[in-house]
Design a protein around this ligand. Structure first.
Ligand code: ADP
Ligand code: GLC
Length: 485
């Protein structure tokens, strides 16, 4: 089976969030199970072809976009540690910019063209250079036009193809002015509320949901949540209408990258059989964040995009209460300027307790996972969340809101039966978060039980193998429905 993966970010080439971790690891899991995998992604300005051993194809690709055609260069390489082929589309006017999607949290106004180019280019490059796929697996609104292009017959004469569309975050739908419908040649007949229209705008994500054979999202609970008005971002009706063609497949963890037993970024590795290195990581983390070097104080870490989704307004809200407790906080985050400013202000007011680092820093992210005792994820909503699964493996016990993938992966700690692997709260409020942090701090003082809980979490297995199998089953189901090629 040949699977084409179309994604706007892929580790190790580009990353703004968990999507890149997923698209970097899933191809390997599929390839390990015998699939042939091709990945197509843009070559952004920051991607150095030499550093990634990418070869430039001599031939360019001619990609039609609406009434125009665009000449695109192609870099070719492989995903580290796998046989998955990668093609990076090189078109400097589209992708030669400082950010994949837009600066300062905004959107580049020509994003519909840039990502229509990714979808069309991905299908063209596979047809020309790699062989037509059995399955096209597209991710988020940036990949959503690919199923439309296939189902609307933009590639006549090609064999039958199954389409899977995965939603990593329903809050980002790719909403743009309606004139792009014509500019991208999508067809006016599709521009109505049951089609691609969303209150007068073009909604790119809807193209994926409407035209793919299956829509998946990244945890079972989020798959249910997005069918409700509260979490459906205006699309709950459409999503409910998909019935069994919508499902949730929990993401995996790439333990080649996220495992304290062999993480090269840590000052000292450790694992469930030898925890000594964790104390050294804790000291290194306290140093890195300018916190007092106290081995026994409970240290709560966090690594997050700072957006409304992630719930750090609650942390700012309870900062004074936190500062009264014997606890340290180390928050690594970047994103919305107002949240960055609020957290910086909190850190300035309570320098020995609450430390913040406004940055996107992968190395420091590993140190926060390893050096903290607890890991904070107070999200308003969370499609899957990867950091709670990382922190479980690193022995940093998650404190999280019971939503989406957080609820699917964290079992609330019960001090009586000594079961569970983390601390969860339901209500989105400062007091609920504070009460849960207090609960975690109480448990921390019971040293034996804490250690037991840590070890239980460290031994859990969320590897990609399971998710890889689920996706392959989904692909096979679709191909069976579509019938022989
Ligand atoms: P999301 O994709 O919504 O941001 P996930 O939990 O799925 O949430 O994935 C976040 C990924 O991005 C993790 O790999 C995390 O370590 C990383 N990350 C988030 N913020 C930062 C940051 N400020 N610095 C470094 N890595 C970050
Ligand atoms: C999105 C979601 C996050 C999820 C990630 C990878 O960015 O916000 O919850 O883990 O995608 O699927």
């Amino acid at each position: 089976m040949h699977v084409l993966i179309i994604a706007s970010e892929v580790i190790p080439f580009s990353k703004t969030g968990g999507l890149a971790d997923v698209t970097g690891a899933l191809p390997r899991a599929l390839a390990n199970r015998g699939a042939r995998v091709t990945v197509v992604t843009p070559r952004y300005e920051s991607i150095d072809p030499v550093a990634h051993s990418l070869a430039r194809r001599l031939r360019t690709l001619t990609v039609p976009i609406g009434a125009d055609t665009v000449e695109v260069g192609v870099y070719e390489g492989s995903l580290p540690g796998s046989h998955a082929r990668v093609y990076l589309l090189d078109h400097p006017p589209s992708y030669g910019r400082p950010h994949p999607y837009g600066e300062e949290g905004g959107d580049y106004p020509d994003n519909p063209r840039r990502f229509a180019l990714l979808c069309r280019g991905a299908l063209e490059v596979t047809r020309d250079m790699g062989g037509w796929p059995d399955i096209v697996h597209a991710f988020d609104w940036q990949g959503a036009l690919a199923p439309l292009m296939i189902r609307r017959g933009w590639f006549p004469g090609t064999p039958r193809t199954g389409c899977v569309f995965t939603v990593h975050n329903l809050a980002f739908q790719g909403l743009y002015p309606a004139h792009f419908v014509d500019e991208l040649g999508l067809g006016r007949d599709l521009f109505h509320p049951e089609g691609l229209e969303f209150y007068g705008d073009l909604n790119l994500l809807k193209a994926g949901v409407l035209f793919a054979d299956r829509t998946t999202t990244v945890s079972p609970k989020y798959a249910r949540e997005i069918q409700t008005p509260e979490y459906g971002c205006g699309l709950d009706g459409l999503l409910r209408s998909r019935g069994s063609r919508l499902s949730g497949i929990l993401n995996g963890v790439d333990y080649d990258v996220w495992d304290p037993r062999r993480d090269p970024i840590l000052p000292k590795t450790y694992g469930p059989d030898d925890l000594a290195g964790k104390a050294i990581c804790k000291e290194a983390l306290q140093k890195a964040f300018g916190l007092p070097l106290r081995p026994t104080v409970p240290l709560i870490g966090a690594v997050s995009r700072l957006t409304e989704q992630k719930g750090f307004d609650l942390v700012a809200e309870i900062a004074e209460d936190l500062a009264r407790l014997d606890v340290q906080l180390a928050i690594l985050g970047a994103g919305a300027k107002d949240l960055e400013a609020r957290l910086t202000d909190v850190a300035r007011r309570f320098p020995n307790k609450l430390a913040g680092r406004i940055a996107f820093d992968d190395r420091l992210a590993h140190l926060v996972e390893a050096g903290s005792d607890m890991f904070l994820i107070p999200s308003r909503f969370e499609p899957c969340g990867l950091t709670q699964m990382y922190s479980l493996r690193y022995g940093s016990i998650p404190i999280a809101r019971a939503v989406g993938g957080l609820d699917d992966t964290i079992v609330d700690y019960d001090p009586r039966s000594r079961t569970g692997n983390g601390f969860k709260f339901e209500e989105y409020s400062g007091p609920a978060l504070l009460a849960t942090i207090r609960r975690a701090l109480n448990a921390y003082n019971g040293a034996d039980a804490w250690r037991e809980t840590m070890l239980r979490g460290m031994r859990l297995d969320y590897s990609w193998d399971i998710a890889g199998r689920r996706y392959l089953e989904t692909y096979e189901e679709i191909l069976k429905e579509l019938g022989p090629a």
